[in-house]
Design a protein around this ligand. Structure first.
Ligand code: GDP
Length: 591
């Protein structure tokens, strides 16, 4: 066996693609080909055998894709539901309907499109009769089923992904032709791309007089979705959700794209899937809409979902009909869980209820332990140590800046950083405050958030704390670039954090000649040191911040003073202390 890195190649490949696969330059590949007597231009296709020779000379071992496909798949690449079930028999996999999500900017027509598709195409033409929404539905087109997740917006999408769920096979991005690419459009693109889900653009509101499809297409191209007519590979389909124009084309496009994808499951295997949404109903108990992703879930099956167990007491399809069994890609509402599970949690069917309860309680213990030793924030430092252990090849960043004018130079400089092994990948950028969505996306993609003159709003701050997402703030571009560059090389300056040391209250003021004003204090908490920094808090406001000057105890200078002792404190650069002020001391330490 050679030590060469293995690459998979198709029967024919262009010089450019071959170079890209190896991370080599096209020129090097062309040179090697010439040395072997083959004259090829960059766009020319060469056959597998020729490509394999060149690859070997450049330090790679080429395998044909057809051969590689026959090999067992690395479990790390498997969808979550496949990991849950051990021993999925590859030979038993059958095609299942694709699962589609609708994303886009507010008011661009996501709900209208979902409603329109539902009302014109639901299976069996029973549309009119559907009054309940269970969070998902199915339609038939060309005799093929398509499953739609009925919760528009990328919040749901990302919240699920943050929990590790991979539910969607394709995203429809709705863009209003009279409004164009907006901030949430860009966010949606980032979310779908981060999840590696293909995108079809529905160019909506084409009925409007001020629709400007050409302008929107250039905006899409600028946002990384190059329309097919501009030689890109994004399908952009003009529609009017209001009038019902183009709906068939959307369904057509969904089938066209998903037909090419390996969308499969074993309908007879063990049932597993994802919780789409769930709530408690007063008269019916816990109702959960779930998406079956493998196997067939049957009435009476015992199951666990996260740390919740139960038995399928009754099961309903999206039309509210009672059903006995649900196969892959079928959304169903089930009754019978012991408690409300979290959206995005995976479920699986198990032997019996006793097993389900046992697994659920084991998971609860695991979850509690995991919460205790909760994954620490993914900091730049840690990312470097992962780099050096060979665990990570990409530094994922989300960049928010106050204005477009700063965003562009930041992004273009960041994109130039890194090398073949370590890459900077900007998964999302935008202007404005850092929002909760940015944090969710960061959490789902293990990214760091960069704020350039941009602050998190309060919900984002809380989310960042619970999701342990690191936010770094800058106001000078070169400092930002320098930091990321240093991080890539593992040379980041240590981070400093503040640690509170003690707190004292001013009880009386004295004037001592030569020393100035000294505050007679009582230490309320901790230990205050002479070299500490302190904030002076008066009526709840910080009125001064700076170094402590001296601490005296019974006329003597002391190095520190503890809780419960009286002392005289003077500040180095502030002599207007007053009775009632709180001196809150701290030190700055390396993290
Ligand atoms: P969402 O926020 O993306 O779910 O958008 P909605 O589906 O709620 O639509 C927002 C508004 O745009 C509503 O007033 C719709 O009636 C209108 N709308 C949606 N699609 C169309 C369309 O194709 N043409 C026109 N003229 N209006 C539309």
């Amino acid at each position: 066996m050679s030590d060469n890195k293995i690459i998979e190649l198709p029967d024919f490949i262009t010089v450019r693609d071959l170079a890209e696969t190896m991370g080599a330059s096209s020129i090097d590949v062309i040179k090697k080909l010439m040395a072997n007597g083959v004259m090829a231009s960059i766009n020319q296709e060469i056959d597998f055998d020729t490509a394999a020779i060149v690859a070997e000379e450049l330090g790679f071992e080429a395998k044909s894709e057809a051969e590689a496909e026959a090999e067992p798949v690395d479990s790390a690449d498997l969808p979550e539901w496949r990991k849950i079930i051990e021993n999925v028999d590859e030979s038993k996999l059958k095609r299942r309907p694709p699962v589609v999500t609708i994303l886009g900017h507010v008011d661009h027509g996501k709900t209208s499109l979902l409603d329109r598709i539902r009302s014109t195409n639901v299976a069996d033409g029973e549309a009119g009769g559907i009054t309940q929404h269970i969070g998902a539905y199915q339609v038939t087109h060309d005799d093929k089923l398509i499953t739609f997740l009925d919760t528009p917006g990328h919040e749901a999408f990302t919240a699920m992904r943050a929990r590790g769920a991979q539910v969607t096979d394709l995203a429809i991005l709705v863009v209003a032709a009279d409004d164009g690419v907006m901030p949430q459009t860009k966010e949606a693109i980032a979310h779908a791309k981060a999840a590696q889900v293909p995108i079809v653009v529905a160019l909506n509101k084409m009925d409007k007089q001020n629709a400007n499809p050409e302008l929107v297409k250039t905006q899409l191209a600028d946002s990384g979705l190059v329309p097919e007519e501009y030689e890109g590979d994004t399908m952009v389909i003009p529609i009017s959700a209001l009038k019902g124009d183009g709906i068939e084309d959307i369904l057509e496009a969904i089938l066209l794209i998903t037909d090419e994808l390996p969308i499969e499951a074993d309908p007879n295997g063990p049932a597993a899937g994802t919780i789409v949404e769930a709530q408690r109903n007063k008269s019916r108990g816990v109702l959960a809409t779930i998406l079956v992703q493998n196997g067939s879930l049957k009435q009476g099956d015992a199951l666990v979902a996260g740390s919740i167990s139960g038995r399928v007491r009754a099961m309903f399809d999206y039309k509210g009909n009672k059903i006995k069994s649900a196969g892959p890609s079928t959304p169903v509402e089930i009754m019978g869980l012991s408690d409300v599970p979290t959206s995005g949690d995976m479920f699986e069917s198990v032997k019996n209820e006793r097993t389900a309860r046992k697994m659920a309680s084991e998971r609860e213990i695991e979850a509690k332990q995991a919460a205790k030793s909760k994954r620490s924030a993914r900091t730049l430092d840690q990312i470097f140590s992962q780099f050096s252990k060979g665990e990570t090849q990409e530094l994922n960043l989300i960049v928010k800046a106050d204005v477009q004018g700063s965003l562009e130079p930041i992004i273009s400089s960041l994109e130039k950083l890194g090398n073949d092994e370590l890459k900077v990948r900007i998964i999302h950028s935008g202007t404005g405050n850092i929002g909760e969505n940015d944090i969710l996306l960061a959490s789902a993609s293990d990214a760091i958030v960069i704020g350039f003159n941009s602050e998190p709003d309060s919900s984002a701050k809380n989310k960042a704390a619970t999701e342990k997402v690191q936010i770094r703030f800058y106001n000078i571009i070169y400092r930002l670039i320098e930091d990321i560059e240093l991080a890539l090389h593992g040379m980041l300056e240590p981070e400093y954090v503040e640690r509170a040391t003690g707190e004292a209250e001013v009880r009386a003021m004295f004037r001592i000649s030569k020393v100035g004003n000294v505050a007679g204090c009582m230490v309320l908490d901790g230990v205050i040191g002479r070299n500490d920094q302190a904030r002076i808090i008066r009526d709840g406001d910080v009125i001064h911040e700076g170094p402590i000057g001296s601490i005296k105890h019974l006329q003597e200078d002391v190095a520190e003073i503890r809780k419960g002792f009286e002392c005289g404190i003077s500040m180095e650069k502030f002599n207007k202390l007053k009775e009632g002020d709180i001196i809150s001391a701290y030190v700055i330490e390396e993290k």
